[in-house]
Design a protein around this ligand. Structure first.
Ligand code: CO
Length: 219
């Protein structure tokens, strides 16, 4: 039987290092978690939420799926948002996309990949919505990266319109929704200047963000 002994060994080493720095670390975490952030990002192995934000276990609640999509009928994602907002009372929801996203790239093409094509339909919808402005971009990579940004903006919009976030805002709960994008080539997160803290901010920020070319690599 093959085992993944390397990973288990690495885990032992990691736990020992953490414990050496703070002997109570795991004990404290075992009783509760009080993360301030909910991260919704892509499943891509190159975009690990904790590592790229420098956060420890217990500091960020995470949901990842292919191409960081938030759909109103996805009870997996909605349950994560609900638990994070209602129970954990996170103060920030971060929707973080990334440049060069394989899911977005696949949605731009016509190759059939199987079941996942149904999931990626949501990105094709984003493409259709911005088809005119995207068609003006001649370079394929630039167009892809612009669609990655637009996808972030659209998913932030979707988060803001979930019943969970709407209810939180209506009861005065402190909650901000942020749109970020990560560069795999340089390891840097770019804030797309989307930070929505209440109902009235949704439309102005949404329209501003989606009409601007915010993508740094196309400039
Ligand atoms: Co991706």
């Amino acid at each position: 039987m093959k085992t993944l002994s390397t990973l288990i060994n690495q885990n032992r080493e990691w736990a020992a290092i953490v414990k050496a720095q703070d002997p109570e670390f795991f004990l404290k975490l075992s009783s509760q978690q009080t993360p301030e952030y909910l991260w919704i990002g892509c499943s891509d192995s190159r975009v690990p939420a904790n590592q790229i934000t420098g956060l420890m276990p217990g500091e960020i609640f995470v949901h990842r799926n292919v191409a960081n999509i938030v759909v109103h009928t996805d009870f997996n994602c909605l349950s994560v948002i609900q638990y994070a907002v209602n129970i954990l009372k996170v103060k920030h929801i971060i929707l973080c996309g990334h440049y060069g996203c394989g899911g977005v790239r696949a949605a731009l093409g016509n190759r059939q990949l199987g079941l996942i094509d149904n999931w990626l339909r949501h990105i094709k919808d984003v493409y259709s919505k911005y088809e005119v402005s995207l068609a003006e971009i001649a370079d394929n990579e630039t167009q892809l990266n612009r669609l990655c940004e637009l996808n972030v903006i659209e998913q932030v919009y979707n988060i803001c319109h979930t019943t969970i976030v709407q209810e939180a805002w209506s009861t005065g709960q402190e909650l901000s929704v942020h749109g970020w994008i990560y560069g795999i080539e340089d390891g840097l997160i770019e804030d797309l200047n989307i930070c929505i803290t209440n109902q009235s901010e949704i439309d102005p920020i949404y329209h501003m963000a989606s009409s601007q070319r915010v993508q740094r690599r196309s400039q």
